[in-house]
Write a protein that binds this ligand. Structure first.
Ligand SMILES: Cc1ncc(COP(=O)(O)O)c(C=O)c1O
Length: 417
């Protein structure tokens, strides 16, 4: 990094978890020999792929495709898509929102960049605000996206032991302090990396807290409701007027089309629209039009529930069986996987850091993500932070099994020394 580069750029050019993850994904594309249990790529689910191909074909045959790829859409997104999403939310979730409450972005990552930097950092009223993460581990990029590095307040979770294998994190509400220095609260549900799904009671308490302090609650539903519903327990997604709901088409299988949707109060939507206009002129409408019919017909709900969710559930069960086989005597704990498509391993007796373990596993051609990157703002002295690994089970079963075999061998070798 050159000294003459701006401080703004320095935030993104240094070592970040997001960059490590994306560099690893790049290495995998260049070297197909790797087993990739690292990134957040969704699986290629044949029924979904077929539907998306069909939609593209219809767009091409009807001539709409030509207009679609040659036109700058509004920075709010394609109006047909926005209307369809509004009707969908009203019809399926009973939400009282109109079109001015919805904006499309170039992926949720872009939604979070905009939202975090809207609410955190030095503000116009002279207050220096932060984003509050009520519980870590949290999505790897939350810590990286803030232009102002210190603008994050994050909390340790309560670790609840379920049995000899499983544990579950929960929010320590007594630790949460909300002051005027907090700009917004953010939570992913289901959570990437842990597969945790905060309970309805926890969600209710977060809504109560943020409503009381008139703070935005950013709910990252990239894996959750209303699509793709990679959720293995029944929870509801309540509507709160002050909440900001972030949806994405990525985990349906459209990660390459970079389409995010934000639902919030109109002033927030207007702010995102302005930032979209300046930073991108307009937003990508290919994803929007590809799923337009699926949203209008509500087929997106059936596909989420009957195709996407069962696909990942089956992969999860197979992966858990394999974990039972390979990790049996290693003292590996697993966060109860209630959603998303990751297993979060906790190895309390690990004598090396998870980062060192990651390098050893990578040297054997298997990619995972070391847990420390998912605890932004949490001190290294908290041992748990360096005892966890995230692995994706979106890959084919053969790769998962080979990956688990290598991971277990490296854990065993580390434990022996
Ligand atoms: C929890 C979470 N939020 C947001 C994102 C970003 O998703 P998108 O592809 O919509 O930018 C991801 C991607 O993996 C994620 O896991």
């Amino acid at each position: 990094m050159k000294d003459s580069y701006s401080k703004f750029s320095a935030r993104f050019l240094g070592r970040t978890g997001t960059k490590l993850l994306m560099d690893d994904l790049g290495e995998v594309s260049a070297n197909p020999g790797y087993i990739n249990l690292g990134g957040g790529n969704p699986a290629l689910i044949p029924e979904m792929t077929r539907r998306f191909r069909e939609s593209i074909r219809e767009l091409v045959d009807s001539g709409e495709f030509d207009k679609l790829v040659s036109t700058y859409e509004s920075p709010q997104g394609n109006d047909l898509f926005i209307r369809a999403v509004q009707e969908f939310l009203k019809d399926t979730l009973g939400w009282d929102v109109n079109e001015s409450n919805i904006v499309v972005t170039n992926g949720s990552q872009s939604s979070f960049f905009t939202l975090f930097n809207l609410f955190a950092g030095p503000c116009m009223d002279g207050v220096n605000r932060s984003i509050l993460l009520p519980m870590t581990p949290e999505y790897i990029s939350y810590g990286d996206l803030l232009v102002n590095e210190g603008s994050l307040v994050s909390h340790l979770p309560k670790i609840n032991e379920i049995d000899d294998t499983f544990f579950k994190y929960s929010i320590k509400f007594d630790d949460l302090r909300v002051s005027k220095e907090i700009g917004a609260v953010c939570v992913s549900r289901p959570s990437n990396p842990s597969g945790n799904v905060i309970t309805d009671s926890e969600m209710g308490k977060l809504i109560e807290l943020t409503e009381k302090h008139e703070l935005p609650l950013i709910i990252d539903s990239a894996y959750g409701q209303p699509f793709p519903e990679i959720l293995f327990k029944d929870v509801s997604l309540p509507f709160s007027k002050g909440a900001i709901y972030c949806f994405s088409l990525s985990k349906l299988g459209l990660a390459g089309l970079r389409t995010g949707v934000v639902v919030a109060e109109k002033p927030i939507i207007d702010a995102i629209k302005s930032i979209n206009a300046v930073t991108s002129l307009s937003v990508n409408a290919v994803g929007s039009l590809l799923v337009l019919k699926l949203i209008k017909s509500r087929a997106i709900t059936a596909l989420s529930r009957d195709v996407v969710k069962p696909f990942y559930k089956a992969r999860l069960l197979t992966t858990l069986d394999l974990c039972g086989l390979y990790f049996r005597d290693l003292g590996v704990r697993i966060h109860r996987p209630d959603g998303a498509f990751f297993l979060w391993l906790w190895i309390p007796d690990l004598p090396i850091t998870s980062s060192e373990l990651y390098h050893r596993i990578k040297a054997r051609g298997v990619l995972v993500i070391p847990g420390n990157y998912f605890f932004p703002g949490i001190s290294d002295s908290w041992e748990h932070k360096n005892q966890c690994l995230r692995l994706s089970y979106a890959q084919d079963v053969e790769s998962i099994e080979r990956g688990l075999q290598v991971i277990s061998q490296e854990i065993r070798a580390a434990l022996k020394h």
